[in-house]
Design a protein around this ligand. Structure first.
Ligand code: NAD
Length: 484
């Protein structure tokens, strides 16, 4: 079966005559062939989005909200079917996809459907005969470009604020995970969204470039690697587009002697092994204070050993497959480098193979202790299930070491001393911080990175405004003074 593009409320065959494969990472089997969009297909998608924008932007925000809320309820009704599709395309465990991926996407659409009608402009009196008003207007046609780790959630998050503010969107999912976004497009149509408001184009970086370089695309919202983000920003500069960049990280998780150790271990496991470690905010540099260092390693290994790897469709499975054979090689390469770095391998370190998983791309939960700050597995984003534990003695030292990275996506602290928790977080250079927790990302909370982890935010009230531009209108009620 060949999956086509989704343009103007219906599937459309690409004119490129080029297709690519979508592979189930758990067994290596091809699950679909997908049309690769050509440049002229992208032009068709943008023209359609312009027509969609003309209709959608004129509707009242509450009317748009009603349609978005209908989509939310369809997403929730179809949760299980969509979760199963996501698992087949991504390799993540169904026990995660069932309760997180679709629900967290729907939550954000629901949030923006609710707050968009409250978006207001301003009015200010100046002299008695003059004043100005400012209006928030949508930007026009925006483009979303997604990564492969949370395909439908990323598409929901990006489209939610964009569409609620009255824009239209052309979305390109990652070529690794092209399927679930098509279902989101179908659901938007079923909910009553006018044709062209949400279009999907498929393919690799070339399709991304057609969008980022297109003069009539007003904004790019991108999720992916920092290196790709830099290219996108450079391409967007050609037509001075706005960019939101949600990029990679190598986030520090700091555990003090006085932490509740079991909670801290729960945090460290979530921060390293959730979605096989393929989470942008992962806390992969785990700094543990000397007083609990040995106990932490013993307990974290005990709990990690129990993690169940296997067929991701089995609801008992806790860790699934990495996205591709190429990514598996990258992760194994970092594990080899870590083994040679002098770090102590305390758990895992191998490709996982069983009868059930032999054709998939599985890696054991892997933990290195006694890591050095400048080893490659500690400095680079691996995007796999590899935890690096580093020992520290005091607060000032660990803050300096935690900040010694080009990234700044997330950071976390486990301590029972609330003063210390805030004192440390206030000095960490990261956009998303957790105290005595890891990974929570409610719709209300803005998320995004400092430094090379990104520009702009997703979720929360500010993001809605970032999909608008301010028009200021000065009004004079008396005569115009003129020297001419
Ligand atoms: P990637 O950068 O390789 O690809 C992301 C998307 O960009 C894909 O759709 C790809 O086709 C497209 N693309 C690639 N080159 C392009 C170009 N030159 N112009 C336009 N588009 C281009 O990233 P990935 O491997 O899909 O995802 C993993 C990365 O995403 C990790 O670094 C991870 O940290 C990051 N990520 C960040 C967040 C966040 O919110 N900060 C969330 C999820 C993933």
């Amino acid at each position: 079966m060949i999956e086509h593009l989704y343009i103007h409320g219906a599937y459309l065959k690409s004119n490129s005559s080029e297709t690519f494969e979508s592979i189930n990472p758990a067994n290596g089997q091809v699950i679909a062939l997908i049309d690769q969009a050509s440049e002229s297909d992208v032009e068709v998608a943008i023209k359609s989005a312009e027509k969609g924008f003309a209709v959608w932007s004129k509707m009242k925000a509450v009317e748009r909200g009603r349609i978005l809320l209908k989509a939310v309820s369809i997403l929730r009704e179809r949760n299980n079917e969509l979760a199963a599709l996501e698992v087949a395309d991504c390799g993540k465990p169904l026990q995660e996809a069932n309760c997180v991926d679709i629900h967290s996407g729907a939550d954000v659409i629901e949030y923006y459907a609710g707050i968009a009608p409250g978006l207001q402009g301003a009015q200010q009196d100046l002299k008695s005969s003059t004043f100005y008003i400012s209006k928030r207007e949508p930007l026009g046609v925006c483009a979303g470009i997604g990564a492969w780790n949370y395909p439908i959630q990323i598409a929901c998050w990006k489209s939610a604020a964009c569409l609620a503010a009255g824009n239209s969107m052309v979305f390109k999912p990652s070529e690794e995970t092209p399927l679930s976004v098509l279902k989101l497009a179908e659901i938007y149509t079923e909910a009553g969204m006018p044709p062209g408001v949400f279009n999907v184009v498929q393919g690799d970086y070339r399709v991304g470039q057609y969008l980022t370089r297109h003069p009539r695309v007003a904004k790019i919202s991108f999720t992916g690697e920092s290196g790709t983000g830099k290219k996108i920003m450079a391409d967007a500069a050609g037509s001075l587009k706005e960019v939101t960049l949600e990029l990679g990280g190598k986030s520090p998780l700091i555990i003090f002697n006085d932490a509740d150790i079991d909670n801290a271990i729960s945090g460290a496991l979530l921060a390293n092994f959730y979605t096989q470690g393929e989470v942008c905010t992962n806390g992969t540099r785990v700094f543990v204070q000397s007083g609990i260092y040995d106990k932490f390693i013993e307990k974290v290994c005990q709990r990690s050993k129990k993690i169940k790897l296997g067929d991701p469709m089995d609801l008992d499975t806790q860790m699934g497959a990495l996205i591709s054979s190429k990514h598996l090689d990258k992760v194994m390469d970092y594990i080899d480098k870590a083994k040679k770095s002098g770090a102590r391998l305390v758990l895992g370190g191998n490709r996982h193979k069983s009868k059930e998983t032999e054709n998939g791309f599985f890696v054991e939960p892997t933990i290195f202790a006694d890591c050095k700050d400048d080893s490659e597995h500690v400095t680079d984003e691996i995007f796999g299930p590899v935890m690096s534990i580093l020992r520290f003695d005091d607060e000032a030292e660990v803050i300096g070491r935690a900040n010694d990275t080009k990234f700044g996506l997330a950071a976390g602290v486990f301590t029972q001393n609330i003063n210390r928790a805030h004192r440390v977080i206030n000095q960490l250079e990261a956009g998303i911080c957790w105290i005595n927790s890891w990974g929570d990302s409610p719709a209300e909370m803005p998320v995004g990175g400092y430094k090379e982890s990104g520009i702009g935010r997703e979720n929360g009230p500010e993001t809605l405004k970032s999909y608008t531009q301010i028009k200021s209108i000065f009004v004079r009620l008396d005569d115009v003074e003129s020297p001419y």
